[in-house]
Design a protein around this ligand. Structure first.
Ligand code: NAP
Length: 194
C-alpha cells in the first residue's frame, strides 16, 4: 500500500486524480490544501485531510512524515513552492515526486511561444531537475473532460505532438507513476492525446 501526499489537493486535476486513486488502488492519501474545510473527506478510512500552505515548510515537513510519494498539483509562485518542497523532501527522506507543469516550458511545442506566462512552470521544473529527487515532471496539453484514456508521452528534447489531453488520461498516468516504483524516474514527460 503506497502512501501518497497530494499538494494543492483542491485543484481540478488533483480532485479528479484523488477519485481515481480511490477507485483503482489501495493507496492511502493525504490531501494537503489551504482552507481545508472546502473539501469533504471522500473516504475517512483511507484519506487524511491536512490544512496547509506549501510555502509553510514546517507544516509541509509534518505532512511528509510516513509518505512514499508526493504528487504536487500547484499553481502560482511555483519556483518558491518547488524550492520549499525539495528542501522539505530532502530533510524528511522522501524521494519520489510527481510534479505537474505545463507543455511549452522548453519551447518544445511547434509553432508556439508561451514566453513569460510559463516562467513559474519553467523555473520550478529547472530546480526539480537539478535536485537529486526521484522526480517525474509532467507537461500536459490542455485538459479536457473527455471520458477516454488515450495519451502518448514524449521525453524532454522531443517535440510535443498534440494539443489536448483528458483529465482521465492524466489521472491514469499519475496513478501509475505513484504506484509503480521506478516508472519514468528523473524524466520530464510531455503528455497529450494520442
Ligand atoms: N487546465 C489546463 O488545460 C492546463 C494545461 C496544462 C497545465 N496546467 C497546469 O496544471 C496544474 C494543475 O491544474 P489544475 O487544473 O489542477 O490547477 P488548479 O485547479 O488551479 O489547482 C492548483 C492548486 O494549487 C493550489 N495552490 C497554489 N498555491 C498554493 C500554496 N502555496 N499552497 C497550497 N496550495 C496552493 C491552489 O490552491 P487554492 O485553491 O488554495 O488557491 C489550487 O487548488 C496547474 O498549474 C495548471 O496551470 C493546466
Amino acid at each position: 500500500m503506497r502512501r501518497v501526499l497530494i499538494l494543492g489537493a483542491n485543484g481540478g486535476l488533483a480532485r479528479h486524480t484523488t477519485d481515481v486513486f480511490l477507485k483503482t488502488t489501495d493507496a492511502a492519501l493525504t490531501l494537503y490544501l489551504r482552507r481545508a474545510s472546502r473539501l469533504k473527506n471522500p473516504d475517512p478510512k483511507r484519506v487524511r485531510i491536512v490544512d496547509g500552505d506549501v510555502l509553510d515548510a514546517r507544516a509541509l515537513m509534518a505532512a511528509l512524515r510516513h509518505q512514499d510519494v508526493v504528487y504536487a498539483n500547484l499553481a502560482g509562485d511555483m519556483k518558491r513552492q518547488a524550492d520549499t518542497i525539495i528542501e522539505a523532501m530532502h530533510a524528511s527522506g522522501v524521494k519520489r515526486l510527481i510534479f505537474i507543469s505545463s507543455m511549452g516550458i522548453y519551447g518544445e511545442v511547434p509553432g508556439e511561444r508561451y514566453r513569460n506566462v510559463l516562467d513559474p512552470y519553467r523555473d520550478s521544473a529547472a530546480v526539480i531537475e537539478s535536485s537529486n529527487l526521484d522526480y517525474t515532471v509532467l507537461r500536459p496539453g490542455w485538459f479536457t473532460q473527455d471520458e477516454e484514456i488515450n495519451y502518448q508521452i514524449t521525453q524532454k528534447g522531443e517535440p510535443f505532438k498534440g494539443h489536448n489531453v483528458s483529465l482521465n488520461s492524466l489521472s491514469d498516468l499519475i496513478v501509475k507513476l505513484a504506484t509503480t516504483p521506478g516508472l519514468h524516474v528523473r524524466q520530464s514527460l510531455g503528455v497529450y492525446k494520442a
